[in-house]
Design a protein around this ligand. Sequence first.
Ligand SMILES: *Cc1c(COP(=O)(O)O)cnc(C)c1O
Length: 426
Amino acid sequence: MSASPVWHPFWQHGLGEPIPMVARAQGAALFLEDGRRVIDGISSWWVTTHGHNHPRIMAAIREQTEKLDQVIFAGWTHEPAEQVARGLISMLPEELTRVFFSDSGSTCVEVALKMALGFWAHRGEPRHRILVLEHSYHGDTIGTMSVGERGVYNAAYGKLLFDVETIPFPTGVGTNTLAALEAACANHADGSHEGGPPAALIVEPLVLGAGGMLFYPPAVLTAMAEICRRHGVLLIADEVMTGFGRTGTMLACEQAGVVPDILCLAKGLTGGSMPLAVTVAQEPIFAAHWSTDRARTFYHSSSYTANPIACAAAVANLAIWREEPVQARIATLATRQQALMARLAPLPGVRAPRTCGTIAAFDVEATDGGYLSNLAPRLMNYFRDAGVLLRPLGNTVYVLPPYCIDETDLARIGDVIEEALATIKS
Ligand SMILES: *Cc1c(COP(=O)(O)O)cnc(C)c1O
């Protein structure tokens, strides 16, 4: 038993691995209490976009702390929230018009699901079926686990999760996925599906992150959106991880020319500095809740909805996107990531090397593949001891660094991966 009373997330304390104490961070590096420098190869779990402690974001936070710490957001507002909403609306496709705040990826997805169900309920044609993509991850609350892949991480709660219909993950050009989606949307027409028509399809656009950094082509997303549109099924895009440039473009949906009915953004919204999330809806979703009838209110809130300090961080982040060469940095990192994968691809044991924008991933040939693969903790420990923060998903190793990472640090990550593969055998 450890001396600290802290219970860590996604962490098996029983394995007795050390838990490093992080004292500060700068750019792509973490500095430990004992002075060691650790390269943050996973953007502190996919949140840090430009780099740790971006001076403009930190200054905006400091400035906001002098003015307003927190205020109720039900029926009250403040300038930082208004600026985030206006800033987002001007960056996003014009069909997306309404911004609802929450605090995390899980909550903004919960909100999206409730908006979709509310939309149908308030139109007087209630729908309850939710379609999901195989291997998806949308969060760790009961609702978001329900729309995600079932596995060891939610088996204990399985009986409480609500039923959804799973569309197979696209292989090749995605014919399997599109046929299944078409069938799921159409099979109610003759009354053969007792659940009636689906309310919504929820997808992670282009990259299924926690499912193992699985990529699928933009054309499949385009075709999925088209099927949804034709059948009047709402499309929810969970861009919690893919948003803010990870896949090369501000939104992954852009690459498919898709505008979702409901968009979820979180991790990169504050540049990774503060917890904040938004669910952005097209006008008909908002309009379905708009009424003089209080029963049609969108009943969702959390205490810290649109916290002003978090919003100030997001305002600074959006200004960075408008005023700094963020797109050029992303393009440079994307090129370097391709070079990294080209270097690692020929090594023994490396399977399915792949990149998507700033994300690079490969699978390690393992006899016990899967999320509980023994390889993952051994690799993670090796990386940690070598001064690199990487956290393999089962036998999938991925590098997802802040956009400011330089060539030296990225090359060092490559060196450490190479050493680890040579040292650790499955
Ligand atoms: C991380 C993630 C979430 C959950 O976000 P939290 O802030 O951890 O609750 C939801 N969807 C996707 C695609 C994610 O990657």
